[in-house]
Design a protein around this ligand. Structure first.
Ligand code: VGL
Ligand code: ZN
Length: 244
């Protein structure tokens, strides 16, 4: 007898093939598991503004702000280079609503460098409010960048003040040390984290934001807007569990 498959066998074969194809199709629809990222000697963790002012009990509390602290402490073990930033305003700073007659916090005003959101008085230089969160444990951090200390100019970004031209020195520091990749964490996602990440991209760094190690203010859609701008600029949005 010649080896011709019986109709029964070929039907079973077809069914099995279809099932296999089905599985492949479902697999293709499932989002690809993000590859883990391994920070190397050219990577730096940037911990933005994890200060008393931005957690409960502070002057400009970010919802859930303190929740980033244990995660950042844990992430720090994966990095050789860690930079910390502090929002560090003069009394009577131009970003404070109290410095503008008739203005209330969370309104805006026109500054020579553009529209400025006006905040409650916060993170005044040398105050307990401006101190780093007491549970932040980053003994290896080698640099603290303070920003927003020019009375008439705000600085959400750790790289460039809000005038768009005054550099803080962070880019030079990182570049002189051969660092080409930054991982941004801290507070707040939609202001200082986003502006720092966007400037990092502009300055040529490969840039990640570790989303669950940030918390947002989310003022009038600012969070969605910040993620759109970051994604469009090539900032990579990852989770702490993506880091090996
Ligand atoms: C920040 C508002 C005002 C921040 C600083 O750290 O995101 N937000 N100053
Ligand atoms: Zn500020």
């Amino acid at each position: 007898m010649t080896a011709i498959a019986s109709p029964d066998i070929s039907r079973r074969f077809l069914l099995r093939s279809a099932a296999a194809l089905g599985l492949v199709a479902v697999g293709a629809l499932r989002p690809a598991r993000a590859q883990t990222v391994k920070p190397d000697a050219k990577s730096a963790l940037i911990v933005v503004d994890v200060q008393n002012c931005f957690v409960d009990g502070g002057t400009l509390p970010v919802k859930g702000g303190a929740e980033v602290v244990p995660l950042i402490n844990k992430l720090a073990a994966s990095f050789d280079n860690i930079v910390v930033t502090q929002d560090w305003h003069t009394p009577g700073h131009a970003s404070f609503a109290s410095s503008h007659a008739g203005k209330k916090p969370f309104e805006t005003t026109a500054m020579p460098y553009g529209t400025q959101v006006l905040w409650p008085d916060h993170c005044v230089q040398g105050s307990d409010d401006a101190a780093l969160h007491k549970d932040l444990k980053l003994p290896k951090a080698e640099l603290i960048i303070r920003k927003g200390f020019n009375k008439n100019v705000d600085s959400y970004s750790a790289f460039v003040e809000a005038d768009g031209k005054t550099m803080t020195g962070l880019a030079g520091y990182l570049k002189e040390r051969g660092i080409d990749t930054v991982f941004v964490t801290g507070l707040a996602t939609d202001f200082c984290v986003a502006w720092t990440a966007l400037d990092a991209r502009k300055l040529g760094f490969t840039t990640y934001v570790i989303e669950d190690a940030t918390r947002a203010i989310d003022l009038n859609g600012s969070l969605a807007n910040a993620w759109k701008q970051m994604t469009d600029a090539g900032v990579k949005r990852i989770k702490a569990s993506d880091i090996s």
